[in-house]
Design a protein around this ligand. Structure first.
Ligand SMILES: Cc1cc2nc3c(=O)[nH]c(=O)nc-3n(C[C@H](O)[C@H](O)[C@H](O)COP(=O)(O)O)c2cc1C
Ligand SMILES: O=C(O)C(=O)c1ccccc1
Length: 328
């Protein structure tokens, strides 16, 4: 990969404190296994918004897959479908959502709400028509994070020939993605009236926001700091998770992403109350190394590691993963 593009995928905001903190938090947490649980074969299935998944490891939305592999987002979708999981397609995908959907497998669509409401509604309608089953609204980006690797490298935009294909207007012209610092809860209410799809908010860390989300009729939360790419200094996601889970009180699913690199990290996140996790960079590296089979291998490895760790910790089902299994 071009080292400038590798920096784009790998990097975080500022000094990358939060990027490191996400992984370091999983290094710090330890599992207290149960014994003699006679688990037999484990069952890792779960149902989210009516879709049955084979694994609680989902694909986080990441931009610009054609920078990682010429087969782009469609290859990622094929890998996710093979693993029996959901791919969340980034609004900054480099292929049209219809082409990604043709790869098969359940998709959710990630949205940066644009101040042009008619355009935002048209993008949502297009995602619905392509068969996306949920809308993931990213709320941690009122302004774009300051990614110092990209600033140093002078990486500003996609190279010629690549574009954000889902941001074309009626005339076929590609709009640039706008981060909207005027975004507020009123827009979540507007979205609620605009789509019948389940709405998840991605980028919630504070329990008070989790409560507000439930009050606004949101269907799910993703505890996320954008992989350390937005607010440098933000709390590690697995450290924020328990308070969010407590605030939600089981009313809607809570997912978490950031720093998950091994099956044992998934086990810890689920034990601390997440219903499922998403992985960003590991999927990009799988894509870069091996296209769709590379993505499939990464997702199968993480799922296999989780299965193995559950056997060793005495958990047969995901519901057996409870907070008493984790210590700091
Ligand atoms: C290269 C890259 C691009 C990303 N693009 C998006 C995006 O377009 N929309 C979004 O909501 N999140 C985006 N994210 C954040 C991811 O969805 C996710 O929160 C993060 O990658 C999780 O951390 P991990 O990479 O440690 O797994 C991006 C992350 C990376 C690394
Ligand atoms: O969200 C991101 O992290 C990201 O990298 C991105 C890049 C371009 C457009 C939108 C998002």
């Amino acid at each position: 990969m071009d080292p400038v593009h590798e920096d784009f995928f790998a990097g975080g905001a500022g000094e990358e404190r939060t990027l490191r903190a996400n992984e370091a938090a999983y290094e710090r947490l330890r599992i207290v296994p149960r014994v003699l649980r006679a688990t037999g074969d484990r069952d890792l299935r779960l149902t989210l918004f009516g879709t049955e998944l084979a694994t609680p490891v989902l694909v986080a939305p990441t931009a610009f897959h054609k920078l990682a592999h010429p087969d782009g987002e469609a290859a990622t979708a094929r890998g996710a479908a093979g693993a029996g999981t959901v791919m969340v397609v980034s609004m900054a995908a480099t292929q049209p959502i219809e082409e990604i959907a043709a790869a098969g497998g359940p998709l959710w669509f990630q949205l940066y709400p644009q101040s042009d409401l008619a355009f935002t509604a048209a993008v949502i309608k297009r995602a619905e028509a392509a068969g996306c089953r949920a809308l993931v609204v990213t709320v941690d980006s009122p302004v774009f994070g300051r990614r110092e690797r990209d600033l140093r490298n002078g990486f500003l935009d996609l190279p010629d020939g690549l574009a954000c294909e889902n941001l074309r207007d009626a005339e076929g012209k590609v709009r640039s993605i706008e981060m909207d610092a005027t975004l507020g809860w009123d827009r979540i209410a507007w979205l609620r009236g605009t789509t019948g799809l389940p709405i998840l908010l991605k980028g919630v860390l504070h329990p008070a926001d989790a409560r507000l989300a439930v009050e606004h009729g949101v269907d799910g939360l993703i505890v996320s700091n954008h992989g350390g790419r937005q607010l440098d200094g933000a709390v590690a996601t697995v450290d924020a998770l328990p308070r969010v889970v407590d605030a939600v009180g089981g009313r809607i699913p809570v997912l978490v992403d950031g720093g998950i690199r091994r099956g044992v990290d998934v086990l810890v996140a689920l034990a601390l109350g997440a219903d499922a996790v998403l992985v960003g960079r590991p999927v990009v590296w799988g894509l870069a190394a091996g296209g769709a089979p590379g993505v499939l291998k990464k997702l199968r490895d993480l799922t296999g590691e989780l299965d193995h760790a559950m056997a060793l910790a005495g958990a047969k089902r995901l519901a057996d993963l409870t907070p008493d299994l984790v210590v700091a």
